[in-house]
Design a protein around this ligand. Structure first.
Ligand code: F6P
Length: 343
């Protein structure tokens, strides 16, 4: 077979492990040939691709980012986009595509499947908010980066008797905030699933300080929102081709609100894209590799319209439409465990 591979959406530690696994197993076990489209669906629309070979995918397992580049291009927002995808596949004599991406990239994959294109999807996002898979690769790396940052902020918060607000990524779901907050000993964690009351946040911090603490750590997901809507994030503006506005900055508003209400000196840190960069932790290299091997097996068997997924400890195949129906929000039981340590 000849197969096209692409990486779409926000990059994610572990993408190169997937590419390497697809190519290594595909060539060595099945004798397939591969091209890698550049910059996600943009490369398919422009027919911009490079051969993926054993040598071009050597030495990339531990590297962050994606050797193919990525973008948030949506072929369904481009006039004649689906025909351009078909034309690129025909020009390169491809039997199938393996897109590696999140809800947006795989949403396109699901529609293409309905339009008769052979696709097998691989789920990716540091946010871990894709239904049908227990974990996505990249998440554990992001959690580790955030936890390391919280550990560092802890010591400076303690030295200066400050409240430090740490903003992490998480658009629809607070997985990174909850995991890194729990691991880093956060005193309050704010997530998109639970609109917060700023007075309640301050009450928790004050309770802690009344028991002798002189500093506090608040971890907030970028998508967290206040219940009454009077604290807003910094950015906003135009949506991308999948309808997402840029998030970030809720910590700026929280810093001021907490200091004004409690009188405790407060500082905020926005971790931003540092959570997506750099070398993947071992867990994400292993999961990415398992996903890549499973995806090439599915494509080889002609089992299209599926996404590979982790269920408990097994890699399974699930229909793309089922996988993308709803985002996977934070497990309330997990959040309840983190809440035990608030205030
Ligand atoms: O979906 C992953 C993610 O990291 C989100 O948490 C975040 O809102 C978004 O990507 C940021 O995207 P960009 O790189 O386009 O700013």
């Amino acid at each position: 077979m000849r197969i096209g591979v692409l990486t779409g959406g926000g990059d994610c530690p572990g993408l190169n492990a997937v590419i390497r696994a697809i190519v290594r197993k595909g060539i060595n076990a099945h004798g397939h040939e591969f091209v890698g489209f550049r910059y996600g669906w943009a490369g398919v629309l422009n027919n911009e691709a490079t051969d993926l070979t054993l040598s071009s995918t050597r030495g990339i397992l531990h590297r962050g980012g994606t050797i193919l580049g990525s973008s948030r291009t949506n072929p369904y927002k481009v006039e004649g986009g689906v025909n351009m995808v078909r034309a690129a596949m025909q020009a390169r004599n491809l039997d199938a595509l393996i897109p590696i991406g999140g809800e947006d990239t795989l949403g396109v994959a699901g529609k293409l499947h309905q339009d008769g294109v052979n696709v097998v999807g691989v789920p990716k996002t540091i946010d871990n908010d894709l239904a049908a898979t227990d974990f996505t690769f990249g998440f554990q790396t992001a959690v580790q980066i955030a936890t390391d940052a919280i550990d560092r902020l802890h010591t400076t918060a303690e030295s200066h008797n400050r409240v430090i607000i740490v903003e992490v990524m998480g658009r629809h779901a607070g997985w990174i905030a909850a995991y890194s907050g729990l691991a880093g000993g956060a005193d309050v964690i704010l997530v998109p699933e639970r609109p917060f009351d700023i007075d309640e946040v301050c009450r928790l911090i004050q309770r802690r300080h009344s028991k002798g603490a002189t500093f506090s750590i608040v971890v907030v997901a970028e998508g967290a929102t206040p219940r009454d809507g009077d604290i807003v994030s910094e950015f906003g503006g135009a949506a991308d081709s999948f309808g997402h506005v840029r998030l970030g900055g809720i910590a700026v508003a929280l810093e001021k609100a907490i200091e004004d209400r409690t009188g405790y000196e407060s500082r905020m840190t926005i971790l931003g894209h540092v959570q997506r960069g750099g070398t993947p932790v071992a867990y994400d290299r292993v999961l990415g590799t398992r996903f890549g091997v499973a995806a090439i097996d599915a494509a080889t068997e002609g089992d299209f319209g599926k996404m590979v997924a982790l269920r408990a400890t097994e890699i399974v195949r699930v229909p793309l439409d089922e996988a993308l129906a709803e985002p996977k929000l934070l497990d309330p039981a997990f959040f309840a465990t983190a809440e035990v340590f608030f205030g």
